[in-house]
Structure formats: structure tokens, C-alpha cells
Design a protein around this ligand. Sequence first.
Ligand code: SF4
Length: 358
Amino acid sequence: MKLILANPRGFCAGVYMAIDVVDQLLEICPGETVYVYHEIVHNRYVVERFRGRGVIFVETLSEVPASAIVVFSAHGVSPAVREEARLKSLISIDATCPLVTKVHAEAIRYARKGFQILLIGHASHQEVVGTRGEAPSSIQIVEHPKDIPHLSIIDPDKLVYLTQTTLSTDDANIVIHALKMAFPNIKEPPVSDICYATTNRQMAVRTIAPSCDLVLVVGSKNSSNSVRLTEISANVGTTARLIDDHTELCDAWFTGVNTVLVTAGASAPEDLVRDLVTCLVDRFGAEVEQHDVYHEDVEFGLPGTLKGLMRKRNVDPENRRVVRGDSGEALRDWLSQRGIGMRSVDLTVRGEPVHPEA
Ligand code: SF4
């Protein structure tokens, strides 16, 4: 069997930052309970590991005692939640991904200019709930083209669409096309709201999956961008399975399978990918290759709210941010210590991906 690892895969800059925020709080606030509003990122392992270190995850702020520390997750929250935290005198630390904050800012700006905003996304997802809360009377959610006839439009010339950051680019394009057909003068966001990490991970799957028999996506079922990777794979004709870890593998999936692509959603830890790789090598004697479609080097600094708390606790926030290394190189070293080789295949051309057969 050939085992291909997609690069990029796994943690994005926003997830690294959000996890780092909780790590830093546990370090600088020993003895204090750290509360996190919703899952810090949508991954079962990340959440369980923090629970094991005493972090309490809550679904409403009524579960948080007055004056306690509460972290807002990477998906962002609405202004109403921020205000509720203020009224309870909570110490709010905002781990919202800056790319989600950018969509919030666009929503506020267009609402102030009197635009109606059509937000393409999944209505119940935390990110969409938070963005919608910025201008609830101006925002309507569009999940699917069939929602368009039910929209309540005042002036079709004063419309803009925005999107959730973790959508399938394939699906989003279908909805955007339908919106443009229905409302030819609809404005677009200045830059795509679907973030770089979502776009790159999907492009890696779109590029590599056609030459594979099976795609394994490491990620949790409630992770939007992980589920979208399975959909992109299905769109190019390759069956994909979403698994939290290697223990969910099923022998029947591998009948007649010669080439497997392994990738991971933006909230899935790399150690789960490593365990999956060694499991597949042990079971099938797989040869390992990493196919590089993009080299990512995006990093986000610690949020200002955390830096402010650090200063109050006499901790210098400068240079506290953990710098991450290259995950491909780390995996190569890790596999080599176990006697497993890994070949790299460069599919990047001046930053643009190409198909292996091109
Ligand atoms: S997937 Fe994109 S928007 Fe979400 S945390 Fe990562 S970088 Fe930010």
C-alpha cells in the first residue's frame, strides 16, 4: 500500500493560537479555574485533554461564577455574549480567530451602511451564530440555493454576501452563483471569507485524492472543515472516511485499496495523524510519502485580552507565543526514529498546486 500524507493538513494558525491561549492561562493562573465558552476548537481530543487539566467547558455563561476567567473559543461570539460576560465581571479572554473577527467587522461595516447581509453558512454553527449576532436585523442565513426564494429582500441593489470561514469552496461557489443569478448587483466581500487554511486543505485533497482509492480525514464529526474535506474528496470521486483516531479504522474499508491519502481537519492534532500512520504501516506495510501542495507559514500573535491579563499578573507577554516547527519535518524525524522512511513529493509551483500527473 502507498500512504500519502497531504501537506498542508491539521492545525491552522487560528487553532494553534486558541490552544496556546488556554495553555498559557493554565500556566499563568495556577489554582484558578479556566472556563471556556463552547469547545475551544471542534476536536474531541483537544477538549478532553484540556478537561483532564481542569478546564471547564460551558455552553452558557450562567455556568460561570462571577469574576472568573472565561475564554471565548476560536469560533467567536456575539456582542450579546460579550456584554453578558461584562455584566458578570468575568475576565474575558478572546481566542476568536482573527479571520473570524474579519468577517464580524465586515458584517458591522455593511450593516452600518444600510446593506442587507446574506451570510452563507450553517445556521447552527457557533461561528455563524456569533457573526449573525453582530447585526441580527440585517443578516439572513443562506445554507442552500433553495433558501433564496424565502429571503426577505428590501432593495436588491443594497445586498452583500459574506460566508462562514470553513465552508466547502465547491458548495459555497454553487450558492454564490445562485445568489448572483437572483441578485445581479449583490456585492462580494473584498477578500474571500473562506479562510486560507480551509482553502489550502481542500485544494490539497482536490489535487491528490483523484489518484487515491481512499481518503482518511482525521477530525471530529462536529468539525466543519473536517467534514468539508470528506465532501471535497467525494466530489472528485474518492470515498472518504472521517475518523477521530486510528481506533475507528475498519478492515472492510481497505478491500482493493492500494493508495490511501491521509489528511486532517484544521482542529485535529498531529499526534493523531502520527498514530494513524504507524497503525497503517504496521497493518499494511505501507510506504509513506508526503505530498506538498502548499507550504503554510501563517502565525497569529496572542490576543490583546490575554496580553493585558499577563501584564496584570506581572508576566511579560513578549516572546510568550510558542513558535511551531514544520510538521512535515517533525513527522519525518518521528517516523525515522521508528525505522519508517518518508519521501517528499513537491507539488507546488510558485505557490500554486499542480496535479501529480501534470
Ligand atoms: S479554520 Fe480558518 S477561520 Fe477557523 S480557526 Fe483556522 S484559520 Fe481561523
